[in-house]
Design a protein around this ligand. Sequence first.
Ligand code: GBH
Length: 486
Amino acid sequence: SIIGGNNSLSSFPRNFLFGTGSSSYQFEGAYLTDGKGLSNWDLFSHKPGNIADGSNGDIAVDHYHLYLKDVELMEYIGINTYRFSISWARILPKGRFGDVNIAGIRHYDKLINALIGKGIQPFVSLNHYDIPQELEDRYGGWLSPQIKKDFAYYASICFKHYGDRVKYWVTFNEPNVVAIRGYRSGIYPPARCSTSFGNCSSGDSEREPFIAAHNMILCHSAAVKLYRAKYQDKQKGNIGIAINAVWYEPFSNSTEDKLAAQRAQSFYMNWFLDPIIFGKYPEEMKSILGSLLPEFGYNHLKNGLDFIGINHYTSFYAKDCLQSTCVQGPGISKTEGYYLRTPVKNDILIGESTSVDWLYVYPQGIEKMVTYLKKRYNNTPMFITENGFGMMNQPDSSISCFLNDNKRVDYMKSYLDALMSAIRKGADVRGYIAWSLLDNFEWLSGYTIRFGLYHVDFTTLKRTPKLSAEWYKRFILNFTSFEAVT
Ligand code: GBH
């Protein structure tokens, strides 16, 4: 219904942004090139046993060297925005404790100029998981309030150097995932957790996620204050944050399960958005967590963003574990909000399963998510900063089964259709960024899961368009020609 269906295309606003996404650690490689410092992910992925296929991002897809070619691939699709992140350790190898790395500054200058030369708006994240290891070693990274000084310094350098050309800034990619996976389950760096939550050598899964989150919120606010005070009037850009947003459908019609689904949103997503927009943590978090939640100072920033970035892929059911007892398992403890997350109800999955264990195809989820955020945050402008479909390598997978990615095309069609329906009903969504431009380093899964619209041969680094790249190209072309005739 999307292609040829001008009815639906007409719901996208005129200057809607269509893009593809990436991130520094997953794409760039060049991990010690031109003076880059070590990041927490460099260190983590080099430890044997951490990454599924024993790989790392040392080379990744060598976007650092091949970026001009990759900009051509973007031009071929016809996107008008490209989301990428700046590697903090490339700009400041030792944080504020060392010099600015001019070669790093120059690299992103060249990338940004190449994009603008093709009419592609840079959509830039300051942080997408990776931080200079120096900050970890000196004071424990996100656990220390000292990081606010570092983040503000880093942000000011980026605004100053690139803000004349960058109109969309994202402070953090998925700070909720960083807090949970870095400090509760400990499966991401700095790999801290209590033994009852995972197998880390140190940490406190009950407390540290909330401390790390609090410091990330304060860092976000510091960057926004700085941008608004010194740059925004002149540079006329927008600044926001990208949250990992999972849609939770109540497991049943019971009040308890409806409240559980609400709690799931609060303990995962509103945990960050409420303090940034309303200036305080969600009530239901406060009442369950009490003093585990840090306090904000009296002058904490409200309305601290220009847009909400939504990384949305999947949905689950949420079942109450506050009134009812649940089988012991992940997601149900006090600090997680007392709900059970499950993809099944009466033996039926919420949506088709995929080769990625957390990804279920439930397009209604994106419409419900956008509508939920619209209502809760008074229709703050939104961008879908990530949405996409992953495919895992199979023992017999040949390149042709990756190139004929009909499932990815179906996924994108159905999610875009559902997104349009939310927009038609008045949601202020201003862009859609497909994850990802290329197959890349998929964190703990290494190179075993592919999210790209372009296939990458990880030996030769050759890029080949998949069916989904061709489909997205036609989709954008249809939109543009529709735009031209109205
Ligand atoms: C995003 O989140 C990242 O921003 C991006 O870098 C990555 O490549 C992309 O998605 C694809 O994975 O794990 O069961 O709690 C990646 C990690 C995976 C964390 C989904 C949250 C939610 C369901 N996210 N997960 S679950």
